[in-house]
Ligand binder design. Structure first.
Ligand SMILES: C[S@@+](CC[C@H](N)C(=O)[O-])C[C@H]1O[C@@H](n2cnc3c(N)ncnc32)[C@H](O)[C@@H]1O
Length: 248
C-alpha cells in the first residue's frame, strides 16, 4: 500500500480524523500490537510521575496531574487509581470520540480521585501557568505538528519542581532486534490494524509517523530547549520505547 505522510499543514486535521475513526477499537488494538506491554511502560511512567515529582506520595495538599493526548484515558485512570479523593486528574485530547471511550471507562473504574476530561489542543493548553503538580504524555508527542510547542505548553502549566514526562516510541538497537522490530512495525502492525479495526491506513500512519519523529537523543535536547532540567532518557523494550522526564 503506497502511503504519503500528511504535510505539516494537513497533519492536525489528518491525525484528528484518524483517531476519531479508530477510537472504539483503540484499546484492543493497542494491547495486540504491544502484546500488552504498554501497560508495563505506562505503570513505570506513572511511578516516576508520582514518586519523583514535586508532590511526593506523602503529601499534604491536594494534587493535580495532567494527562496530555489522553486518548481513551489509560494513563489518567491509572494515575487517579493511585491518588486520594481530594486529588484531581485532568485528561486532555482533541478527539471527542477518544474522550467518549475515556468517559465510559471512568464509570467502571474504582478510583477515588476526581477526573475531568477536556477536549482541546495539546499545543494550546487551556490552563493557567503553574496549574499542575506534573504532566505526562504517552504516544502523543509524535502526533503533534509542533513538538517543541507541546513540550513548552506542558512545562508552562506545571508548577516549579514538578515533572514533565513523555513516553513514546524510541529507536531499537542491535543487528537482530532493530530489523525485526522494523518488520513488525511496518508490516505486522498495519496487518493487525486492518483485521481488528478494518483500518489499514491508520495503522500504516503509525510506523510512518516515526520517520519525522526525532531520535531519543534529540527529544532530550528538546526537553532542555524548552527549559526543563535534570532531563533523563530511559530506554525500554530494547530501545523501541523511550521514556523522557524533565523537571520544571
Ligand atoms: C496514540 S494515542 C495515545 C493515547 C494515550 N495517551 C495512550 O497512551 O494510550 C494519541 C492521542 O493523541 C491525541 N492527539 C493528537 N494530536 C493532538 C493534539 N494536537 N491535541 C490533543 N490531542 C491530540 C489523539 O486524539 C490520540 O487520542
Amino acid at each position: 500500500m503506497s502511503f504519503t505522510l500528511p504535510t505539516n499543514e494537513e497533519k492536525y486535521q489528518y491525525v484528528h480524523s484518524q483517531f476519531e475513526r479508530i477510537a472504539r477499537g483503540y484499546d484492543l488494538t493497542n494491547d495486540a500490537i504491544s502484546f500488552g506491554m504498554h501497560r508495563l511502560w505506562k505503570a513505570k511512567a506513572v511511578d516516576i510521575l508520582l514518586t519523583a515529582g514535586s508532590g511526593q506520595e506523602s503529601k499534604q495538599e491536594p494534587r493535580q496531574f495532567l494527562d496530555v493526548c489522553c486518548g481513551t484515558g489509560d494513563l489518567a485512570l491509572r494515575i487517579a487509581s493511585r491518588l486520594d479523593k481530594s486529588d484531581r486528574v485532568t485528561g486532555l485530547d482533541f478527539s471527542n470520540q477518544m474522550l467518549e471511550v475515556a468517559r465510559a471507562r471512568e464509570t467502571t473504574s474504582s478510583s477515588d480521585a476526581s477526573l475531568t476530561w477536556i477536549e482541546g489542543d495539546a499545543q494550546n493548553l487551556p490552563f493557567e501557568d503553574d496549574s499542575f503538580d506534573g504532566a505526562i504524555i504517552s504516544f502523543g508527542l509524535r502526533n503533534l505538528t509542533d513538538i517543541n510547542l507541546g513540550l513548552a505548553e506542558m512545562r508552562r502549566v506545571v508548577k516549579p519542581g514538578g515533572l514533565v514526562i513523555n513516553l513514546d516510541l524510541g529507536r531499537p538497537r542491535g543487528i537482530i532486534f532493530a530489523p525485526l522490530f522494523s518488520f513488525f512495525f511496518n508490516s505486522v502492525v498495519p496487518f493487525i490494524g486492518s483485521i481488528l479495526q478494518r483500518d489499514r491506513k491508520a495503522y500504516t500512519y503509525l510506523p510512518q509517523s516515526m520517520n519525522t519523529y526525532p531520535e531519543p537523543e534529540q527529544i532530550t535536547e528538546r526537553f532542555e530547549l524548552v527549559g526543563l532540567s535534570e532531563v533523563r532518557h530511559l530506554p525500554l523494550a530494547g530501545g523501541s520505547v523511550a521514556l523522557h522526564c524533565g523537571r520544571v
